[in-house]
Design a protein around this ligand. Structure first.
Ligand SMILES: C[S@@+](CC[C@H](N)C(=O)[O-])C[C@H]1O[C@@H](n2cnc3c(N)ncnc32)[C@H](O)[C@@H]1O
Length: 257
């Protein structure tokens, strides 16, 4: 199965649960992006890999026009419903791959992408596309989960993530994510990191696949009980396991021509 097919299969499955998950819709995970974009009544904004439109719906009231873009039809349907329910009239929806954006050069003032880079097989290619469709001087806002700096812990965490969701490719350590963005030609203006507390069963519930998560539950619990935090703060708490996702927000700029 090629990766694009795997993405669509997985996110068709996840669309409803992901879009309703408290940890995902938590405004604290969206507000830093809203603040980074700011009030921009004339701006044309691209929400790249928009999923169920959580970021799109949060941003649309403060920008001129927003394109919500994703590969997975079920996610775009969920985004359409969310924006319609919010009465947003300045959002349009387009389906396609982030590796070949169907937009002309310099079409946008702002590109945002949340929780998506770790699902891309060719993140450098996607960032090159983001640079192409941004106007000179335009802003890129990336929010993604990052791995531990320690390679062994990062490898363990990425393995757990991949077993839970086969469309997961690789969470980068924070410095590598910043380097990827700088290497795509962006100037980085600001970077912030924070830890979002999670709970295992809530996280497992999003993928809605008991056969997949049953062995993983045993594995993660055993790691936590042996004191292995896997770079994600694994900690046994009563019948479950607590952990965190480390988020990184990077605000960058395409240099003016
Ligand atoms: C974890 S969800 C994040 C959704 C949304 N950005 C959010 O933060 O709520 C990842 C999304 O990336 C999309 N995606 C993954 N690879 C893609 C690609 N190559 N092109 C476009 N969308 C992609 C998936 O379909 C999915 O909706």
């Amino acid at each position: 199965m090629d990766h694009d097919h795997r993405i669509q299969q997985e996110f068709a499955r996840q669309a409803e649960r992901f879009g309703a998950a408290p940890a995902v819709v938590d405004p604290a995970q969206t507000q830093p992006i809203v603040d980074a974009v700011g009030r921009a009544a004339a701006a044309r904004v691209l929400d790249l890999a928009c999923g169920p439109g959580i970021v799109s719906a949060a941003l649309a009231p403060q920008v001129g026009a927003l394109v919500a873009f994703d590969l997975t039809a079920e996610m775009l349907d969920a985004a359409r419903r969310r924006c319609a329910a919010a009465g947003l009239a300045n959002v349009s929806f387009e389906r396609g791959s982030a590796t070949a954006l169907p937009f002309v050069d310099a079409a946008f003032d702002v590109v945002v992408t949340r929780l998506a880079i770790h699902h891309f097989e060719r993140p450098a290619r996607v960032l090159a596309e983001a640079a192409r469709v941004l106007k000179p001087g335009g802003r890129l806002v990336v929010a993604d989960v990052v791995a531990a700096d320690d390679p062994a812990k990062a490898a363990l965490q990425n393995a757990i993530e991949r077993l839970r969701d086969p469309s997961h490719v690789r969470m980068l350590p924070a410095v590598d994510l910043s380097r990827l963005i700088a290497d795509a030609g962006f100037a980085i203006d600001a970077e912030t990191t924070w830890d979002k507390p999670r709970e295992l069963e809530e996280w497992f519930g999003i993928v809605d696949d008991p056969a997949r998560v049953a062995p993983l539950r045993v594995l993660v619990r055993a790691l936590a009980e042996r004191g292995e935090d896997a770079g994600m703060g694994l900690e046994p708490v009563n019948a479950t396991v607590a952990f965190f996702h480390r988020w990184r927000l990077i605000v960058a700029r395409k240099p003016a021509a």
